[in-house]
Design a protein around this ligand. Structure first.
Ligand code: AMP
Ligand code: GLY
Length: 421
């Protein structure tokens, strides 16, 4: 098979790394890719939302399967467009991707089908939203823009004035553009968060091994929220009992609900879960692999990923037995100084090869290759990943690998994997 993967971050590098080991895959393309991906795939300079150019390229190169990785093209109908042009594509169609594209849709779905989630109300004007917040008078309160907002559309407001500003910024100042047409005001829940990504073809759902993300910029969960500073798999708190509870109360009901709504979901469904004192609840759905969760989940996969993708497209996932290693993985993100605020790009990166020679799997998130040398090219630069017999072993190895790597103003967290819950 010739496969093309859309986008070019750490998640896509991990998907391509896994596909590159498949017996079914002869050649991989990536649009647009990055410096590290270029080692495994031919990178083509086509934008993530340029569906027309992607289809033309896929036809010209006789590509057998396209993997659409990020939320934006999925929510905008990339998979529908490939299919209309006779090209097999992995990922949900536009009707199903709405589960991430609209938080109002997701919340209403959960309410209608009794899937546990935080209590909420939806508003389409700021005055009513603010009146409601005042009347509830319970803080913190969670304010969410309806649409895709680069992971920034969720604000946890600690008092009335923070909540009021959040509503004004989203609805009146439109800081997230059209994503802020409607808002969800939601009950604040507490408890540890777990990410479970699952393959589904709309008939069966096969969860991957669990993972946890560290979202804050600095050690001990201090600093601003980021796209993710590191991940580990498995989660220490995701017991067999929790897994069963999630399967019965969340995973299967969600797949059934999407079918009942005439929105069969095919692809990877990401369940952002919180284990609360009242049971596990859904914090969010994503219609795709998580980043950087993928970087710790796929290195533990034993089964051929291309085979799983094909089975999902053909709605024959029940025929594939998906196997996982009984081990652990840790990914430490090396970020540019200043991230998640402004940062410089273009610094030389040293030591990647040395780390790899010693056993690291280094996923590139934001790098470019210039004259044979890797340069920083984003806020999150590398995801240094280690696989070990257990979490402690993987943590030790990951930080050992990090020691080989350096670039100007590099920063990373020193506590990835050690949160106990
Ligand atoms: P999201 O952008 O949807 O991933 O949300 C970002 C983060 O906000 C989540 O990972 C949670 O930590 C937090 N969050 C979202 N909704 C709630 C809620 N109802 N209660 C507490 N925290 C929440
Ligand atoms: N790691 C969170 C996400 O991919 O949305």
């Amino acid at each position: 098979m010739k496969v093309m993967v859309i986008s070019g971050g750490g998640r896509e590098h991990a998907i391509i790394w896994s596909l590159s080991k498949s017996a079914l895959v002869d050649k991989i393309y990536c649009a647009p890719g990055n410096g590290g991906i270029a080692q495994l795939a031919e990178c083509v300079n086509i934008g993530v939302l340029d569906f027309k150019a992607q289809v033309e390229f896929a036809k010209k190169e006789n590509i057998d399967m396209v993997v659409v990785a990020p939320d934006d093209p999925l929510a905008n109908g990339a998979v529908d467009y490939f299919e209309e042009n006779g090209i097999r594509a992995f990922g949900p169609n536009k009707a199903a991707a709405v589960i991430e594209g609209s938080k109002v849709f997701a919340k209403d779905l959960m309410k209608k089908y009794n899937i546990p989630t935080a209590a909420y109300e939806v508003f389409d004007n700021s005055a009513n939203a603010i009146a409601y917040i005042k009347e509830q008078n319970s803080y913190p309160v969670v304010v969410k823009a309806e649409g895709l907002a680069l992971g920034k559309g969720v604000i946890i407001a600690n008092d009335f004035s923070e909540a009021e500003s959040a509503v004004h910024e989203i609805m009146d100042d439109k800081v997230f553009g059209e994503a802020g047409g409607r808002i969800v005001i939601e009950e604040f829940l507490t408890g540890p968060e777990i990410s479970v990504l699952a393959f589904t073809d709309g008939n069966v759902v096969k969860p991957m091994v669990s993972a946890q993300d560290h979202k804050r910029a600095f050690d001990n969960d201090e600093g601003l929220n980021t796209g993710g500073m590191g991940t580990f798999s498995p989660s220490r708190i995701y017991t067999k009992e929790l897994e069963e509870e999630c399967m019965n109360n969340i995973f299967l009901p969600t797949i059934k609900a999407m079918n009942a709504e005439g929105r069969r979901f095919k692809g990877v469904l990401y369940f952002g879960l919180m284990s609360t004192k009242d049971g596990v609840k859904v914090i969010e759905y994503n219609c795709r692999f998580g980043d950087p969760e993928t970087q710790v989940v796929l290195p533990r996969l034993k089964t051929d990923l291309a085979r799983i993708f094909s089975a999902v497209i053909d709605e024959k996932l029940s025929e594939v037995e998906i196997e996982w290693e009984d081990n652990a993985a840790v990914c430490v993100v090396l970020a540019s100084g200043g991230y998640p605020k402004s940062y410089q790009k273009g610094y030389a990166i040293d030591g990647i090869e040395k780390a790899e020679e010693n056993g690291a799997v280094v996923f590139h998130a934001g790098t470019k290759l210039e004259d044979g040398k890797y340069l920083t090219n984003g806020g999150r630069v590398l995801g240094v990943t280690a696989v070990g017999d257990n979490l402690d072993d993987a943590i030790k190895k990951a930080y050992g690998y990090v020691d080989y790597i350096s670039f100007k103003d590099m920063h990373f967290r020193h506590d990835i994997g050690i949160k106990k819950q």
